[in-house]
Design a protein around this ligand. Sequence first.
Ligand SMILES: [Zn+2]
Ligand SMILES: [Zn+2]
Length: 352
Amino acid sequence: MPKIAQLTAPRKIEIKDREALTPGPQEVVVGVETAGVCGTDLALFSGDYPVPLPLVCGHEFVGTVKSIGEGVDKSWLGRRVTAEINNTCKAYNMSEVCPACELGMPSHCQKRTVTGIINHDGAFAEEVLVAAGTLHEIPENLDPVTAALTEPLAAALQTFEMSPITKGETVVVLGPGRLGILIVFAAALKGCHVIAVSRSEQKRKRALGFGASQACTPEDAEPAIKALTQGLGANVVVDATGNPDGITQALSLVRPRGIISAKTTCGLPAHGLDMTKLVVDEVRIQGSRCGPFTPALKILEKHQDQLKTLITSIRPLAEAQNALESAYSENKVLIKIRGGGVYFRKTNWEVI
Ligand SMILES: [Zn+2]
Ligand SMILES: [Zn+2]
């Protein structure tokens, strides 16, 4: 029977056997090759983002389609794919769709399940079942391990779908970590002046290598940004700190009528936000979540050698518990489920 790494209680993952999955109409079963660990997985793992347990987490994955249900195009069989995380009316190709899908917002589908997060077992497993409409083929020239970054890169791109930026604008990224570094990269691709803010010297250095034109500590951020913007503040400040207080710092750095782009999904409420300053400065807070896979795959294909360096380790499924524990202090941890065992640490690939 296929193996799964199931979250059975906060901070407890058990490796179990599960009956082989059978796809229903408009569904496919994907044999998972690799799955990435992100901040949302850590919030689920710690219990800060409470969901009914047990649950198989994992929503960033690459694998091969191994079986298809009724109504699914047969040509998907055997193709290497990744998948969007929302299993929506649209992804199920339903003839009657919910009001959100009708309005063209399938990522907010009212009937959706979310792979590895809400009412839907995810990809920390040998196989995962998803709606066929979520699939995207991995381009031939894209390294399949690096392709596990598609979903987080799409989420990074969505930041600027919801908070548009133009060339030459100042964008601050608070917390250039797992997701934040991809946001730095995305803003730099758009020709913005990007300032990365982190306590970690290593993260500041890395941000400069991923397109930030400046990097500073949280203490130095305000004077640095004011100096750059004639005292106004940044056009867009992205909070990717993963910390509920990040938004307060963002408010101190954004210009009047600027945008705070919220990317933190730590599952905890923000206390002490100065709403008066928000109102007086006419600041907009804009959340954003799942993004477009097609441009993410194109960017990955073009910049894979650089983006691959963000992967700090690859661990086997049997070590899922350790993989999640160590993801708190690493950048991108991948769980490798199938294929040759490779273990990536900093710059050297090692065979395990
Ligand atoms: Zn994620
Ligand atoms: Zn819907």
